[in-house]
Design a protein around this ligand. Structure first.
Ligand SMILES: Cc1ncc(COP(=O)(O)O)c(C=O)c1O
Length: 360
């Protein structure tokens, strides 16, 4: 494929391979369709309304977001089925969620009685019915109530609440996503989901409707997504992948790179790229360089510069542009305002990352 498009892009820049993106979208959509479950992609990975609409057009039921401000961006762009997979605690954010519910479905998750009471009180004042899911702590210890009786107690309180409706259970097993050994990951994920399904049954035995079990991510999509009783999965990273995730889940290809320019060759064996910490994140490891394997590797990263060591076989000159593959896609995307979208060697789109920085 011609690489002349690189000349038209000022660096550092995020570059999306359109065909790979479409393949990833289609593959996950077909996986869920074939298993008769819903797909609710987590859009914190791309933060881009155009991509959310591509996922919905391919069959996704709705989207997941992490923040109220993200929900507002996607609602404003016409997405009408949103799960805010996070507790909303503060009064002003509760008002924002209720406001969204006057024109678009925006569900939230809960894990304390106080939060259930606060949500119900605020919803009744606004005369809005709010759908909630009970957040189960399935082992990650980040949030949620324990499966079993604690969840049942919360379900009973929701059932009594005049303006809340229990939609189901949120069960995100984030602590299992990066387990290297598949059999081990499968055994642990199944053990989690067994508790979740039993909790749903317990709630239903007590006469309370609880229709949905949602959870899973890219690392467990094909385990959680095939567990009997799970009705929905919410993967995010599969859309672009990063090299960390790709090494564990090669089913989805890497669709996004950071285009960067060789700016300096200060000494033999070192090149300096215009891609510093403000252009790529390293919280999950160092970037890799497309097409260079171990021949180019990161030495030092400062705010605006990336010093790399190069093997003597590498011929890179000042002005050359190369593509870096991040180890963590979600945090890297959040550094940019738009994607350059490439197909057949042409730039076919400049897509706004409208929810970039929406962390409130
Ligand atoms: C609640 C929730 N669901 C789903 C996901 C998606 O995970 P992944 O990007 O691993 O697919 C995340 C990731 O942080 C999450 O927090």
């Amino acid at each position: 494929m011609s690489e002349s498009w690189k000349e038209k892009v000022s660096t550092p820049a995020l570059v999306v391979d359109y065909d790979i993106l479409q393949r990833n979208i289609k593959k996950m959509a077909e996986f869920t369709k074939n298993r008769g479950i819903n797909l609710r992609p987590h859009v914190k990975t791309h933060k881009c309304p155009i991509i959310a609409h591509m996922q919905l057009a391919a069959g996704a039921r709705g989207i997941c977001v992490a923040k109220v401000s993200e929900a507002e961006v996607f609602a404003a762009c016409g997405v009408n089925d949103i799960l805010l997979a996070n507790e909303v605690i503060s009064p002003e954010k509760i008002q924002r969620v209720l406001n969204l519910n006057t024109f678009t479905r925006t569900m939230v998750i809960v894990d304390t009685k106080k939060n259930v009471e606060d949500l119900n009180q605020a919803a009744s004042k606004r005369n809005v019915e709010l759908e909630v899911l009970i957040d189960l702590n399935v082992g990650m210890d980040r949030s949620g109530v324990l499966p079993g009786d604690a969840a049942l107690e919360l379900a009973k309180l929701i059932e009594k609440s005049t303006h809340l409706k229990l939609h189901g259970l949120q069960a995100y097993e984030g602590h299992l996503m990066y387990i290297k050994d598949f059999d081990q990951k499968e055994a642990q994920t199944k053990a989690c989901m067994k508790n979740v399904v039993e909790t749903k049954e317990l709630i239903e035995e007590n006469g309370i409707d609880c229709n949905v079990i949602t959870g899973g991510g890219t690392g467990t999509y094909n385990i959680t997504g095939t567990y009997p009783g799970v009705t929905e999965i919410q993967p995010g990273s599969y859309i672009f992948q990063d090299h960390h995730y790709h090494s564990l889940v090669p089913d989805f290809d890497i669709a996004l790179t950071v285009l960067t320019t060789v700016k300096n060759k200060p000494v033999k064996g070192i090149i300096t790229l215009d891609m510093g910490l403000k252009a790529i994140t390293i919280d999950k490891g160092n970037p890799e360089f497309k097409g260079y394997g171990r021949k180019v590797s990161l030495g030092a990263l400062s705010e605006e510069h990336c010093q790399c060591t190069c093997s003597s076989k590498v011929e890179l000159n000042i002005g050359d542009k190369i593509e870096a593959i991040t180890a963590h896609i979600c945090t890297t995307v959040n550094l940019y305002d738009f994607f350059h979208v490439i197909q057949n060697g042409e730039i076919i789109g400049i897509w706004d990352i409208s929810a970039r920085g929406m962390n409130v």
